[in-house]
Write a new protein. Structure first.
Length: 217
């Protein structure tokens, strides 16, 4: 006998699922916004802006400042080795006396440096008439002046010109070599000094308002 031919059952192929494709991530274009900041009491001189800020010459002859005994109203700066010295903008005249009170590390009063049209003084060491060049500055005008004690030499510069210079000797040199802190008196909130964080530390009340004694800018 001849076997009947068999017809294979049709097979249905299993559907295949294509592998998912992940699109390449796209990076949004970066936008750069330049931040702007403002700092109060920046000086008008670009070179000075690299060193510090302008703060008011906070008056120390007040109850809050202990009548020039409270170091919260003082600036720490080792003056005997400082290249910057103390840079101030204030008025000058016959009756206007600009005074810097000098202290040692422990807050002991070493004496005052003062100057006006009439004279220049450093407690116990200097007392003389002001050089004629000082009196050529118009009375009442605001000037830039700098006091330096570097290396034991007392130097007063006005508007960038050295108008007085004296080398301290013996006890005077020894005493004022200790000057590392100072306060201001005889000036006002309109007067300013250059605060350089690179070599200075400010007492708690040395700021834009002198601890509330001066109006905010």
């Amino acid at each position: 006998t001849t076997p009947e031919p068999t017809t294979p059952e049709p097979t249905t192929p299993e559907p295949t699922t294509p592998e998912p494709t992940t699109p390449e991530p796209t990076t949004p274009e970066a936008t750069t916004e330049q931040a702007t900041t403002t700092t109060p009491y920046l000086t008008d001189e670009p070179d000075e802006n690299t060193f510090g800020l302008r703060y008011p010459t906070c008056e120390c002859w007040t109850a809050e400042c202990g009548y020039c005994t409270n170091m919260e109203c003082a600036v720490f700066q080792p003056l005997s080795v400082s290249d910057l010295g103390i840079s101030v903008q204030s008025a000058v005249g016959w009756k206007k006396v600009n005074t810097v009170v000098l202290f040692d590390d422990e807050g002991n009063n070493l004496g005052d440096f003062w100057w006006s049209y009439k004279g220049i003084g450093l407690t116990g060491c200097i007392a003389c008439q002001a050089p004629p060049a000082v009196r050529t500055v118009p009375s009442g005008s605001v000037v830039d002046w700098n006091l330096s004690l570097k290396g034991g030499v007392v130097k007063l510069s006005i508007n960038g010109e050295v108008l007085f210079e004296k080398k301290l000797v013996k006890e005077c040199a020894e005493q004022f070599a200790k000057a590392t802190q100072y306060s201001f008196t005889g000036m006002s909130c309109e007067n300013t000094f250059l605060f350089a964080p690179s070599e200075m530390l400010a007492g708690e009340r040395i700021n834009e308002t002198c601890g509330g004694a001066c109006p905010a800018a």
